[in-house]
Every structure is written in C-alpha cells, then in structure tokens.
Ligand binder design. Structure first.
Ligand code: CP
Ligand code: NVA
Length: 337
C-alpha cells in the first residue's frame, strides 16, 4: 500500500483497503505514542494549516501530529490570510507549494479544497468543508473498531442534520466499510439524493446498507452506534436556529433513544456539542427558546455509553496517519494488522 503524494479530500476517493490501511497505521502510531516511541519520520518538513472556520480538535490534532512527525507548522487563522479575498485559491496553492510539504484546508465549499489540491504540488488534506469531514471519519471508524473489535455489519444510526458534512461523510464511511447506515431524521434533512445513490452503489460491493427513515423507533432500535452533530453548523445563519430546533427536536439523542438502541450501544458525536448551558451559544439559545439541551441530553453525553472523548483523542492519531501516509511512510515503519 502506497499513498505517497495523494490528497485526502473525501473518503469517496479511497478504496476500503486504503481506508483500512490508514486505520491500521493510526492504530500503530497511537500505540507508539503511548509507549513513548518517537516517530519523527518527516523531520525538516513543514505544513501549512489554513482555517477559514474555527476549530479546537482539528487544529490541535494537525499541530500535535505534525510535531510528533518532526515537522513545523504555520497556522493561518480565519481572518489572517489573503486567501479568497486578495489572492485566488489557485495562486495560494502555488505559493504554499513552494514553502510547505503539505497543506491542510478547513473552509466552506468542497470545490475550494478540490481547487486547492488541483493547483498544489504537495498533498492537500481536507480539515472540513460544508460537504465533507474526512479526517473525522477516520477517527470515528478507529473508535468504533477499537470499541467493538470490527467495522463490518455494525449498525450505525445518525440522528439530526444528515444533509451536511457529518451526515454525508458518515454515510460514505459506512458504505465503504460494509456497515449498516441509517439516517434517522425529518425527510428534509436526509443526505443528498445523488450521494445516497452513489453510496448504495458502493454498498453493493461491500455488503453495507443505506436506510433513510423519519421513524425514531425504527431508526434507533438495535443500533450499535447512535451518532449526532450540532443542528446548526459553522457558517450557517443564526436565524435558522428556530426552524432547526422545531424540526430536529424529535431527533434529539436522549435516554429513550439509547434504550431503544440497547445496552451494548455507544453514543458518538464529532464535537463540539450542545448538551448543557456551559457555552455562550448554549446560554443564548436557552434564553431565546427555553431549551437547556439540544442535539443530545446531558444525561446521555455524560453516560457510560458515551465514547466522545476517546473519539476526540483519535482525531490526532488518525490525522497523523493521514499525513504520514501521504508524505510517505519510511521503509520498515509500515504496520498491517
Ligand atoms: N470535530 C471537529 O472537527 O472539531 P473542531 O471543530 O474543534 O476541529
Ligand atoms: N457540522 C459541524 C461539524 C463540526 C465539526 C459544522 O460544520 O460546524
């Protein structure tokens, strides 16, 4: 398996074997990190981290992972660069390619990161777009594999806004890895019809299934994983909150949903999550709409079934694997399970 020189823009671009390889590499890098074994495989290299939207996990993961691999980083914050304002994506890609060995990009349309990759001479890694969040997928798959011991035939239910980056990406991830994906939400929030068709086509070869349902009972019953994400994503207007709360409240992950799933089920969330009033936005929404929790109740978030912090840690190990694989794993350092 050799992914050297490849971009990492969306999971649709990778075979199940390639995804499995990155998960194995991540597991190996995680083990090495825990044992204190250094992996400074890319000493002397530098990577640029472009963030047109804010971040905690993704930024920290790229920075820590890059340093662990021996590389330097430059962080370009949502307001601190010329990108898109005074300089085109194509020009930015060519400028940064002369200084860096890799470029991470978090921003708006998927077309922007694809354009960046088209003009860059070094690997480009998608740190989240409106349509996809592929580095999150590797972390989620690794976390599920660690917890259950396998991925194939896992029953995975996504509740809430399934037509944005998380719903889209998780449907693709499940299709690729032979899992049973259910989007359990109001019809308006089902993933894009064309992407559903594409995933069903992939599923024919992997044994996955794709189900769309508005029925909470049917969607949650027997699920191994219950997953949700915020109801309003970065870049969406504040005015949309009222409508989202009204339309997505029936799909909140609460005790009833977890009971339907059963005792073995885990709860996952890419984070950040609105599960209490300990955030500025959470407080504002509570004052405006009179609700204390949104996509997940505090009870579920803090329960034994919740593996969200294991999932968050795995962002770093999997992002390290993506960078290591696309920049080239040195001979003898490869790990297959
Ligand atoms: N899950 C995730 O991408 O988190 P950040 O927005 O904090 O990077
Ligand atoms: N859907 C969320 C994911 C955050 C990691 C957003 O785009 O804001």
């Amino acid at each position: 398996m050799n992914l050297k020189g490849r971009d990492f823009l969306k999971l649709l671009d990778f075979t199940p074997e390639e995804i499995g390889y990155m998960l194995d590499l991540a597991a190996d890098l995680k083990e090495k990190k825990k044992k204190g074994i250094l992996t400074r495989w890319h000493e002397g290299k530098n990577v640029a981290l472009i963030f047109e939207k804010t971040s905690t996990r993704t930024r920290c993961s790229f920075e820590v992972a890059a340093h662990d691999l021996g590389m330097g980083t430059t962080y370009l914050d949502p307001s601190g660069s010329q990108i898109g304002k005074k300089e085109s994506i194509a020009d930015t890609a060519r400028v940064l390619s002369g200084m860096y060995e890799g470029i991470e990009y978090r921003g708006f349309g998927q077309d922007i990161v694809e354009e960046l990759a088209k003009y860059a001479k070094v690997p480009v890694w998608n740190g989240l777009t409106n349509e996809f969040h592929p580095t999150q997928m590797l972390a989620d798959l690794l976390t599920i594999r660690e917890h259950f011991g396998y991925l194939e035939n896992i029953h995975f239910t996504y509740m809430g806004d399934a037509r944005y980056n998380m719903g889209n990406s998780l449907m693709v991830a499940c299709a690729k890895m032979g899992m049973h994906f259910t989007a359990c939400t109001a019809e308006k929030y089902f993933p894009d019809r064309r992407l559903v068709e594409e995933c069903r086509e992939i599923a024919r070869n992997t044994g996955a299934t794709i189900t769309l349902t508005e029925d909470v009972e049917a969607g949650a019953r027997g699920a191994d994983v219950i997953y949700t994400d915020v109801w309003v994503s970065m870049g969406e207007p504040d005015e949309i909150w009222e409508e989202r709360i009204r339309e997505l409240s029936p799909y909140q992950v609460n005790r009833k949903v977890m009971e339907l799933a059963g005792k073995k089920a885990v709860f996952m969330h890419c984070l950040p999550a609105f599960h209490d009033l300990n955030t500025k936005t959470g407080k504002e929404i509570s004052e405006k709409f009179g609700i204390a929790e949104m996509e997940v109740t505090d009870e579920v978030f803090e329960s034994e079934a919740s593996i969200v912090f294991e999932e968050a840690e795995n962002r770093m190990h999997t992002i390290k694997a993506v960078m290591a694989a696309t920049l080239g794993v040195p001979d003898g350092c490869d790990a297959r399970r």
